[in-house]
Write a new protein. Structure first.
Lengths: 111, 118
């Protein structure tokens, strides 16, 4: 029941774009995205509620397809500071407030 | 203001000993979560407290794990008879009550306790 993220790892040059996908087998109420740098606690990026809305945070945006139970995180013109592991957290329709985190995607941005 | 704090930051113990990990949530946050993160792995849900409701213990891996919360403040996670596979970083997070927030429950994470069982 853990959401599956793809790809598992991404290597980018500064300025390149990337997409991280999150797929769940359960009906979802919301999807959260967090970034965790090595040795640090995860930091909240954004939340997407049902309705297919897109949200943005600087040059990072995301979409949520409730029907497909999928979310995608878009990183545009990546910066060195984007490096870290990205986790999606899903909140099901039947158990809101409890987040089940995905498998994680490790992103490395090189100059 | 102050964020989520956890103590100790590091704990080394011998197999078979009991350990207690502490979490101080952000003041006013009624929801509190514990997660386990093994080296290089994702965040594994352990337990969730929401106000005075019965906690959701569905993620606790065995009966050696237990957690308590005093009202809407401090929480302790206790691991009895520790095993080597318990070695991990234990993260605590807190968030506002759903009724108190506008639309979403951003979780604020503490720095974690790194547990090493020898």
């Amino acid at each position: 029941q853990q959401p599956v993220q793809s790809p598992q790892a991404v290597i980018l040059r500064e300025g390149e774009d990337a997409v991280i996908n999150c797929s769940s087998s359960k009906a979802l109420y919301s999807v959260h995205w967090y970034r965790q740098k090595h040795g640090e606690a995860p930091i909240f990026l954004m939340i997407l509620l049902k309705g297919g809305e897109q949200k943005g945070h600087d040059k990072i945006s995301a979409s949520f397809n409730e029907k497909k139970q999928q979310s995608s995180l878009y990183l545009t013109a990546s910066q060195l500071s984007y490096s870290g592991t990205y986790f999606c957290g899903t909140e099901s329709k039947y158990n809101t407030d409890k987040l089940i985190f995905g498998t994680g995607t490790r992103l490395q941005v090189f100059p | 203001g102050a964020g989520v704090s956890q103590s100790p930051s590091n704990k080394v113990t011998e197999k078979g000993k009991d350990v207690e990990l502490r979490c101080d949530p952000i003041s006013g946050h009624t929801a509190l979560y514990w997660y386990r993160q093994r080296l290089g792995q994702g965040l594994e849900f352990l337990i969730y407290f929401q106000g005075n409701s019965a906690p959701d213990k569905s993620g606790l891996p065995s009966d050696r794990f237990s957690a308590e919360r005093t009202g809407e403040s401090v929480s302790t996670l206790t691991i009895q008879r520790t095993q080597q596979e318990d070695s991990a970083v234990y993260l605590c997070a807190s968030s506002l009550d759903r009724l108190a927030r506008s639309s979403y429950n951003e979780q604020f994470f503490g720095p974690g306790t790194r547990l090493t069982v020898l």
